[in-house]
Design a protein around this ligand. Structure first.
Ligand code: HEC
Ligand code: HEC
Ligand code: HEC
Ligand code: HEC
Ligand code: HEC
Ligand code: HEC
Ligand code: HEC
Ligand code: HEC
Ligand code: HEC
Ligand code: HEC
Ligand code: HEC
Ligand code: HEC
Length: 472
């Protein structure tokens, strides 16, 4: 009885059952090796010199190893040894392979590889028995090793190596969750490409990203731009040190800002780097903020912090104090309007110039921070019409105080920047050397009065200007 080539993976068992009649043992001249116990017995016995009924090939004394597997390969199970082994000389008990290489298997199995795909090299070299034991295995796949990972490791370098962090499925040896053993439509024998490979398991993340307002561009297509699939030395399987992950491949500009900045911010480089403040995947906040900036900042700045150079940086707990009146951007929970938190050319990580001193010879440039958002005419025009509430009649009191040389008053003389007890961000006191100089501002419907440490009490009134004609 001869086998005919089948077109499906599994052959009809019937064929095998009917076969196995004129069959006998394998291997050229010798009884072969694998199982040491069986081998030692077999080698002491004389070889049969007549044709053996295939039913008798495997006994306690002969070829016991062929059936030592937990699961026997179909034809072995039915003693169809002659499906693969052909007797050429009964006297010398000589068998030759019925077919060569993969034909041994493809005679009965068709391996569907489809078009345009990656063929695993052992399939190219037609080495089915590199992975499969022709007689049986640990499960019905007749694999030579008890686990997938051991099987792969028999030819491949360990994909984990000495790496500290190992991906769950890799640690569990589930290589087959991502790779096809034979062939695939995708590179590297992967079962899927891009993010699809990952979100099949990371479904919560997929759902989460489907719902958020902002998804990070690389997380839309390929998770592997940031992660390794097997193992890495860094937590969360990221490819590089957290501090370098974002800047090495993509955010060159920020890297430069961080490295070249005259004033640096350790929050950006320490610990988890960029992900101290940003989410790597996506979220509901613009600029991929992990939380409202104000809440992120206040994890550190709700108390004083010490800079690397030893300076003490005061707490800015005023920005969250519910009893204070907040400056516009602060009220919205934003700090980025004034601070470049990645690093800056300007002290206090400001985005632009702002005087550090009480007196400041007037130069518009030194107030660029405030005039990013406010109208610079505030300090350029003596005539205050429609420009500012800080006017006496039409006299612009901002111009009067600020636009002077050398003793112009900087904004800080009267305003606080983050929050204040008084409307219009006026200060109650202002540091003047060792003195907290009081301002004593009293607002009226049409103006106000100050009795500061600077001069005797003075008032301004928008409707009925106070007369400050220089005394003759
Ligand atoms: C599906 C094909 C196939 C069938 C069926 C098969 N063999 Fe084999 N057998 C092989 C191949 C291929 C080898 C060579 C193994 C290798 O190179 O790894 C082999 C090797 C052997 C060897 C020598 C190595 C060893 O494992 O001891 C013996 C003995 C053997 N077969 C006995 C049998 C007997 C007995 C049966 C029937 C019960 C049988 N074979 C059924 C394919 C088959
Ligand atoms: C004589 C026909 C025949 C040959 C030759 C043959 N097989 Fe099989 N194989 C079968 C049969 C029959 C089954 C059992 C199918 C079933 O249970 O549905 C089977 C099952 C398998 C299975 C289990 C998976 C499945 O679909 O059930 C694997 C793996 C396998 N064979 C691999 C091989 C390899 C590798 C070779 C070559 C070394 C080979 N076979 C040669 C007939 C053959
Ligand atoms: C690199 C190792 C490897 C090689 C080489 C290999 N296989 Fe497999 N094969 C596997 C693994 C692993 C599975 C189990 C896949 C699973 O569980 O999804 C498998 C499953 C099978 C199955 C059963 C499932 C199916 O896909 O139908 C058959 C039949 C089979 N292989 C035949 C072959 C044949 C024939 C060859 C040679 C042309 C071959 N294999 C080469 C690893 C290999
Ligand atoms: C019998 C030896 C052998 C076994 C077992 C084996 N491989 Fe391979 N594999 C090769 C060879 C040879 C190549 C080609 C050379 C290379 O890329 O290393 C290869 C290539 C690959 C590639 C790269 C494919 C490409 O197109 O770049 C992947 C991925 C792979 N193997 C995964 C696996 C997995 C997963 C397993 C376990 C299921 C496995 N291999 C088991 C021999 C093997
Ligand atoms: C979570 C999915 C996943 C799992 C699980 C997985 N791999 Fe991979 N593997 C990949 C991806 C993605 C690539 C291609 C990208 C790369 O090289 O990192 C790859 C590449 C490979 C390569 C080819 C490397 C090269 O440079 O060509 C081999 C070999 C390999 N894997 C073996 C394994 C083995 C062995 C296991 C099980 C221990 C395994 N993989 C488990 C996803 C996975
Ligand atoms: C077969 C399912 C599966 C696939 C596919 C898969 N993962 Fe995972 N992944 C897991 C499991 C399980 C864990 C461990 C979860 C845990 O410990 O809570 C994990 C954990 C992770 C972690 C966190 C690691 C840590 O240290 O906590 C990252 C990052 C990750 N996977 C990324 C990926 C990426 C990227 C891909 C696609 C290349 C991917 N995963 C594909 C199952 C999978
Ligand atoms: C831009 C880089 C980047 C991309 C792209 C990316 N990740 Fe991540 N992923 C990270 C970083 C960084 C962390 C660590 C976050 C942390 O420490 O808070 C992380 C953490 C994780 C974690 C563990 C913690 C958690 O949030 O659950 C999983 C799982 C994960 N990523 C899966 C994925 C998957 C799946 C994709 C593709 C859809 C992906 N990542 C794309 C950078 C990235
Ligand atoms: C201390 C918190 C913090 C850290 C750490 C941080 N950022 Fe930012 N990032 C911000 C804030 C605040 C914004 C501005 C948000 C806004 O305008 O509302 C921002 C904005 C951005 C933007 C948007 C473009 C822009 O300039 O407005 C990018 C890109 C960016 N950050 C990248 C990074 C990278 C890369 C790192 C790591 C080197 C990093 N960030 C570290 C807080 C941080
Ligand atoms: C992880 C803690 C941490 C977080 C979060 C943090 N900072 Fe800082 N910040 C510091 C430390 C420490 C310093 C002292 C300077 C240094 O060594 O980096 C500092 C300094 C500053 C300075 C003063 C710089 C100087 O030289 O006087 C400003 C302004 C500042 N941070 C603003 C912010 C803003 C705005 C945020 C939120 C977007 C923020 N910080 C988030 C730790 C943090
Ligand atoms: C309108 C502009 C502006 C906004 C918005 C702003 N700041 Fe500031 N911030 C400043 C200025 C100006 C200084 C310098 C104050 C000084 O020199 O007296 C400063 C100083 C600081 C300092 C250093 C304090 C010190 O004494 O060294 C920290 C920390 C700080 N800001 C945090 C924040 C946080 C957190 C937010 C967001 C909630 C924020 N800032 C919003 C303008 C602003
Ligand atoms: C990022 C933009 C921005 C910057 C920079 C900025 N401000 Fe403001 N400021 C605002 C917003 C928005 C308001 C609220 C306007 C409103 O409510 O009509 C405001 C309001 C004010 C008010 C009170 C106005 C009122 O009607 O209550 C004063 C005073 C003030 N800012 C002073 C300053 C000073 C001084 C600076 C420079 C240190 C500065 N601002 C920098 C955006 C900014
Ligand atoms: C001498 C004290 C003083 C100085 C210095 C000062 N301001 Fe004012 N500012 C005030 C007073 C008082 C008001 C409230 C006017 C009122 O009654 O509405 C005010 C109001 C404002 C307002 C609210 C809108 C308006 O004009 O009425 C802004 C904005 C403002 N100042 C910005 C600044 C900026 C920017 C600087 C620095 C370039 C500065 N101020 C310097 C006292 C001062």
């Amino acid at each position: 009885m001869k086998y005919t080539r089948t077109t499906s993976t599994a052959l009809t068992i019937a064929t095998i059952c009917i076969a196995g009649i004129v069959t006998t043992l394998p291997a050229q001249t010798q009884v072969a090796q694998p199982d040491p116990a069986a081998e030692s017995v077999a080698q002491t016995l004389p070889l049969p010199t007549t044709q053996i009924d295939p039913q008798s090939c495997v006994t306690a004394d002969c070829h016991a190893n062929v059936k030592r597997h937990s699961v026997l390969h179909g034809p072995v199970n039915v003693n169809a040894c002659d499906a693969c082994h052909t007797l050429t000389d009964a006297k010398t008990h000589t068998y030759i392979p019925a077919r060569e290489q993969a034909d041994t298997c493809t005679f009965c199995h068709v391996i569907e590889t489809g078009p345009a795909q990656t063929l695993h090299e052992p399939l190219v070299t037609r080495d089915c028995t590199g992975c499969h034991d022709p007689h049986g295995g640990f499960d019905r796949n007749s694999l030579k090793k008890p686990s997938m990972s051991e099987l792969c490791a028999s030819c491949h370098q360990d994909v984990i190596g000495n790496k500290k962090h190992v991906h769950g499925p890799v640690a569990a040896g589930a290589c087959g969750m991502c790779h096809q053993p034979h062939a695939s439509q995708n590179p590297k024998l992967l079962i899927e490409t891009g993010r699809e490979l990952c979100v099949g398991c990371h479904m919560e993340m997929d759902q989460q990203l489907a719902e958020v307002d902002f998804v990070h561009e690389p997380a839309k297509d390929d998770c592997l731009s940031c992660h390794n699939a097997h193992a890495t030395d860094f937590p969360m399987l990221v490819k590089q040190e957290p501090g370098l992950l974002c800047t090495n491949a993509c955010h060159e500009d920020i890297k430069q800002a961080v490295n070249d900045a005259k004033y640096k911010h350790s929050a950006v480089t320490q610990d988890r780097g960029c992900v101290n403040c940003h989410t790597p995947h996506g979220g509901d906040l613009a600029k991929l903020m992990k939380d409202r900036p104000i809440d992120l900042c206040m994890t550190c700045h709700d108390q004083s912090v010490t800079a690397d150079d030893g300076r003490l940086i005061a707490s800015v707990s005023e920005v969250t104090n519910p009893n204070l009146i907040k400056h516009g951007p602060v009220a919205e929970g934003s700090c980025g309007g004034c601070h470049n938190v990645h690093g800056s050319e300007f002290a206090k990580l400001l985005i632009d110039e702002y005087p550090a001193t009480f007196y400041q010879p007037f130069d518009l440039e030194s107030y660029r921070l405030c005039f990013e958002c406010h109208d610079k005419q505030l300090v350029l025009t003596p005539d205050a019409k429609g420009l500012t509430g800080f006017r006496n009649g039409d006299t612009n009191m901002h111009f009067l105080h600020v636009n002077k040389d050398p003793r112009g008053r900087s904004c800080r003389a009267c305003h606080s920047v983050h929050a204040s007890t008084i409307a219009l961000h006026l200060r109650e006191t202002v540091p003047y050397g060792k003195w907290e100089l009081p301002i004593n501002f009293q607002q009226t419907d049409t103006g106000g009065t100050c009795s500061p440490g600077c001069h005797k009490p003075k008032s301004y009134d928008r409707d009925n200007p106070v007369d400050y004609k220089p005394a003759q």
